[in-house]
Write a new protein. Structure first.
Length: 514
């Protein structure tokens, strides 16, 4: 009853159509008019249709050449009737789909067109790179006009030689776990068999896009599988990492997070190996000269993690940083509890980064009548983000990279005080600024007021550099006096000022850090 020229669209993903039937027409889905149908990551199983129809039917009537059908990673099998019945389409696109009659009674053709292909629809394609698998029964010949990377399954091939029908509920797929990934019952699991037309014959890993019907990543094995379901296979996948703050320039990489273990046809998924000395989950093939180490389950700090750090010529950690062009690279394979080791090898690229030091705000008292005050703003600064390889920025440091404090100038004044001047014990080029002649100071600093009787506070800001030449954010030093604020008058003010002057003459000073 719909106007054949009216536009309609339907998009369905990660859905099972099983056991539907129709005496006339489609068993599962039927479209007509100027309609577009998109079915992805879904299964059509054991649907019964009329003899001139299919599980999915598109009936155009007199409006020829308007509709489109797109199958993306669809598995269709065990249909009573055809898989597809198509008439009057503008085009159909099939990508990564398994459409097979196998040996099911009544499913003699995967594609049925009541008209001549030249009249019934204009284009029917499986684009290059689409990797479909079809029963080679000669139906809908236009399906092969653009064969792409399709696999033709010989007529008479049995269902169980290509896929494993999963029927639930069962121990592997309990009825209570319908929230997935393994609770979805009734689908077809690609079978592990030599010469499989569906297992590991699709696009390259990482190029398939989207998740499968079970909402699992389509990156298991050496290539993506054809059909709605990606079979879990023990697979190591590439990773990357960076050193972690406050861990002595260690990179701690959870390489198993994007790896996968295999699964059994009956009992379901395995797990990763126990990760003991006898059964490690990760086998390092290249440990980058000892810089990469895999931690077993009994490691007190990083069990089940890859720990990466730079070493000196004696094999001891030296805290050296890397560059983007020269990361630390290690390779490994992963093992599951079957046990089975991945045929894929994963590469892990790690950068050891320097963490910027931390400059913290300071305040210091300059008593009225005293023209200057000496202090070290580095007393409360730190480089702790680099752990034991961070520079302790004060004169009595107890660890960290060795620096020559006679020539190491870590303090850069970025905003001068307005009521005085700041001097260092010595000055020179800022760390890392050999081509940029910026002048830095060596502590302690000396603040000299333009007017030693000025009751006003003064401020300046600075950066601090670490031994790798990286600057902190700006910190503010407030130099205040013990005189009353001149904006607040009154008799008590004179006494406060005199008290402050007396304290200044006594040379008393206090320091407060924010």
């Amino acid at each position: 009853g719909l106007n054949p020229y009216a536009q309609h669209s339907l998009s369905v993903t990660r859905t099972l159509f099983r056991g539907n039937s129709a005496l006339v027409g489609a068993g599962a889905m039927e479209m007509c008019g100027n309609s577009s149908l998109s079915l992805s990551a879904s299964t059509l199983s054991a649907n019964t249709s009329g003899s001139a129809s299919g599980a999915v039917a598109y009936v155009q009537g007199s409006a020829v050449g308007l509709g489109t059908v797109n199958f993306s990673y669809v598995t269709a099998a065990e249909q009573v009737g055809h898989v597809l019945a198509l008439s009057g389409l503008s085009g159909i696109t099939l990508t990564g789909s398994l459409l097979a009659a196998f040996d099911t009674t009544g499913a003699t053709e995967i594609c049925f067109n009541p008209n001549s292909p030249a009249v019934g629809f204009q284009t029917m394609s499986s684009p290059t790179g689409s990797f479909n698998a079809f029963t080679d029964d000669g139906s809908c010949n236009s399906l092969m006009l653009n064969p792409g990377n399709n696999v033709l399954i010989p007529v008479g091939t049995t269902l169980q030689s290509v896929v494993v029908p999963i029927r639930g509920p069962a121990d592997y797929y309990p009825a209570s776990s319908t929230g997935a990934p393994f609770g979805l019952t009734d689908y077809y699991l690609p079978k592990v068999v030599a010469g499989s037309p569906v297992l590991d014959v699709g696009q390259n890993i990482g190029s398939c896009g989207g998740n499968d019907q079970r909402n699992l990543d389509r990156r298991s094995g050496t290539a993506c599988d054809i059909g709605a379901v990606e079979r879990l296979q023990v697979t190591a996948r590439d990773d990357a990492g960076e050193s972690v703050v406050d861990t002595d320039r260690l990179a701690i990489v959870d390489v198993l997070a994007n790896d996968s273990y295999g699964e059994d046809d009956i009992n379901g998924p395995y797990m990763f190996a126990a990760n003991t000395a006898a059964n490690p989950a990760v086998v390092l093939l290249d440990d980058a000269g000892g810089r990469c180490s895999w931690k077993l389950s009994d490691d007190p700090l990083y069990p089940g993690k890859l720990v990466v750090q730079n070493l000196d010529s004696n094999g001891l950690p030296n805290g050296a940083v890397t560059t983007d062009a020269s990361p630390i690279i290690c390779t490994y394979q992963v093992t599951d509890s079957k046990p089975e080791t991945s045929t894929t090898t994963a590469t892990v690229k790690v950068q050891i980064r320097n963490q910027a030091p931390n400059a913290l705000n300071d305040s210091v008292l300059r008593p009225v009548g005293q023209s200057e005050v000496v202090f070290n703003p580095l007393d409360n600064d730190n480089d702790k983000g680099d752990g034991k390889f961070g520079l302790v920025l004060n004169a009595d440091k107890t660890y960290g990279p060795a620096v020559d404090w006679a020539t190491f100038y870590p303090i850069e004044i970025v905003q001068q005080p307005s009521l005085g001047k700041v001097f260092g014990s010595s000055s020179g080029l800022c760390p890392g600024s050999s081509t940029d002649p910026r002048i830095c100071l060596n502590p302690p600093l000396r603040y000299v007021a333009d007017n030693n009787l000025s009751p006003f506070s003064d401020t300046f800001t600075y950066h601090v550099f670490d031994a790798d030449g990286q600057a902190s954010g700006a910190a503010t030093v407030t130099v205040y006096t013990d005189a009353p604020d001149p904006d607040h008058g009154g008799g008590a003010g004179s006494l406060d000022w005199l008290t402050g002057a007396a304290l200044g003459l006594l040379g008393l000073r206090r320091v407060r850090r924010l």
